[in-house]
Design a protein. Structure first.
Lengths: 233, 358
């Protein structure tokens, strides 16, 4: 019986698994299995500026046939023993980390494209877009800035329509531009927005960075406000 | 209602109980654990296609915020589902779905291993008003297309009857399912879904597809808890289903559940682990809205991602997340955990009311 194995594990402090019994001190559980990441936040409260990404854990070392579990119904196992075993499972992650992973239908491989197929596509209409206030300080007049920005309207609208949200994003975005004498941009900043969609704002900023303006003798500082509104259609 | 099963059940997941409408009677259980009008053929019944969840858990307060969004196929008829919770739940709508930004920021790992196997017990007297003997209606909320009833129950038959009165349909399968949670002392969030026209300017490309509003259910629990258990359901051979899960907490965990298969019981990990992102409290706060980041525990945050592509959850119980750094098992914590033990060992389930204790 699987439970027989488990009972042995429990009785021996789960030593066979390299686990601790549930009554042991928390630090005793730090002996993680294999290459499982050991650095829990509470143990290493590093600064926020040092986030850490850890690879997926290794495959389980047990298969289903050998994985322990509770005793079957009708077994002459005392309730206290069952509780001890279940508590061991729920208080010792090193025990749980050896259990088999069953996240797939039998015989199937993990499908990295599955989400694309099962998620319902949300189709939102292209938003209306217009130029709102604009200013320019330098040799490039604001009319020139507006003309170049307007040429990029298709990309801006795509940013909003492809947002993946349920509705068309609406609101304003204030772009601050520093245009070099050669027409390139050294700085694009979104100084204010009411779009309430960080991904769309990032897309708009990225789309703006590729703009090329006419060359002039000096740099130009410009501010352009874009206004997105829901399509009438 | 009188059905009895020997199946274990780690308790529940989110069972879909369908809702009978005034127009027709619902008579039998079907896909997704749901109950759908018997007038619908099997191929026309709704099925859950994509489930996305963010589980925020504070180890100090032992408070869980379960944020979920589900998408259904063929959801053209009214239906409903019931979510059991270990502690009294608070239900709220989430104004802006966090899942697109979570996916962009906290991924599931690259396809390097494609072959990987891959609180308080009901008092029965608190707030909300009495429903009937054995059932207490604690709250009712309209959350988008859903009407959410928060319930506590001490009598499984009374609960089943109350749900039926609210146009949730009962069957032997669901009555048995409910019975287990009543015996566990869990609460219930019964959500009745009425399809309605899409928001202006929005449409889903697949006819009949439905995407629910994002919803938050908050409750106390001694361990992070994912309602995963479902009644048996027939699955079409070509059916596809997927779960994406982000767990954000002041610690890291290992998910486990009971699996009953071929007469044997095992403990398994029901999800494929993706990546773990440590010390990401600032990053997480930048991609989720204040309505969610205010719920994060203080201190350093770890986000761990999981995926599940099983179509059928037959035999699987609810999922509990075991902390990698478990606190000392002092008497209070031990007592709290005892309530959850039947989820991983069905033989520890309390006796039915009126039945002699073993």
């Amino acid at each position: 019986l699987n439970f027989t194995s488990l009972f042995v594990f429990v009785a021996t402090g789960l030593a066979a698994f390299g686990c601790r019994s549930h009554g042991a001190s928390p630090s005793a559980g730090a002996s993680a299995v294999g290459s499982v990441a050991k650095g829990s936040p509470s143990a290493s409260p590093g600064p926020e500026s040092h986030p850490k990404r850890v690879r997926a854990r290794p495959a389980a070392s047990l298969d289903l046939e050998t994985a322990p579990g509770p005793a079957p119904s009708g077994s002459a196992v005392a309730r206290e023993v069952r509780e001890t075993a279940a508590l061991a499972l729920l208080t010792d992650a090193t025990f749980a980390q050896r259990m088999p992973v069953l996240a797939l239908e039998p015989g199937r491989e993990f499908d990295w494209e599955l989400r694309e197929r099962v998620a319902p596509r949300v189709v939102v209409p292209m938003p209306r877009l217009r130029l709102a206030e604009s200013t320019a300080r330098g040799p490039l007049g604001k009319e020139v800035v507006q003309r170049i920005v307007r040429q990029n309207f298709g990309r801006y609208r795509s940013c909003a329509a492809d947002s993946g949200g349920d509705t068309t994003p609406t609101g304003i975005v204030t772009l601050e531009l520093t245009i070099l004498p050669n027409g390139g941009l050294t700085r694009v900043t979104v100084s204010r927005t009411t779009l309430n969609d960080a991904a769309v704002v990032r897309c708009l900023r990225d789309a703006t960075e590729s703009l090329v303006f006419p060359a002039r003798s000096e740099a130009t500082e410009a501010v352009q406000v874009l206004e997105f509104s829901a399509s009438s259609g | 209602v009188t059905a009895r099963t020997k199946a274990p059940f780690a308790v529940a997941a989110l069972v879909a109980l369908a809702v009978a409408t005034f127009a027709f009677r619902v008579e039998r259980a079907q896909a997704c654990g749901g109950f759908f009008p018997s007038t619908l053929s099997e191929k026309r019944r709704p099925s859950l296609a994509l489930e996305q969840a963010l589980l925020i858990y504070d180890q100090k307060s032992r408070r869980e915020h379960f944020v979920r969004e589900v998408a259904f196929r063929r959801a053209t008829e009214p239906f409903g589902f019931v979510v059991p919770t270990p502690g009294r739940p608070d239900v709220a709508a989430i104004q802006k779905s966090p899942f697109r930004d979570l996916r962009q920021t906290f991924g599931f790992g690259s396809p390097v291993v494609p072959g990987s196997r891959g609180g308080d017990v009901r008092a029965g007297t608190t707030g909300g008003g009495a429903a009937s003997a054995g059932v207490t209606l604690l709250d009712v909320k309209n959350v988008g297309s859903f009407t959410a009833f928060v319930l506590a129950a001490t009598d499984e038959n009374a609960l089943s009857s109350w749900l039926a009165q609210q146009r949730f349909v009962r069957s032997p399968e669901t009555s048995d399912w409910l019975s287990r949670y009543v015996r566990l002392g869990f609460y219930f969030v019964a959500m009745r879904y009425e399809p309605k026209p899409e928001a202006p300017g929005t449409k889903l490309s697949e006819p009949g597809a439905a995407k629910s509003e994002t919803m938050r259910i908050s409750f106390d629990s001694p361990l992070p808890y994912y309602p995963y258990f479902e009644p048996d359901r027939a699955t079409a051979p070509d059916e596809l289903r997927m779960l994406d899960l982000w767990v954000a907490s002041d610690g890291a965990f290992e998910p486990v559940s009971l699996l009953e298969r071929d007469g044997a019981r095992h403990w398994v990990r029901p999800f494929r682990a993706g990546d773990r992102h440590e010390r990401v409290q600032a990053k997480l706060a930048s991609v989720i809205e204040p309505e969610l980041w205010r719920l994060l525990p203080a201190g350093t945050i770890t986000v761990t991602t999981y995926q599940d592509q099983k179509v059928s959850r037959r035999g699987f119980g609810d999922v509990l997340f075991v902390p990698e750094r478990a606190p000392v098992l002092e008497p209070t914590r031990r007592s709290e955990l005892l309530r959850l033990l039947p989820l991983v060992d069905p033989e520890l389930l309390p006796a039915r009311s009126g039945s002699p204790k073993p």
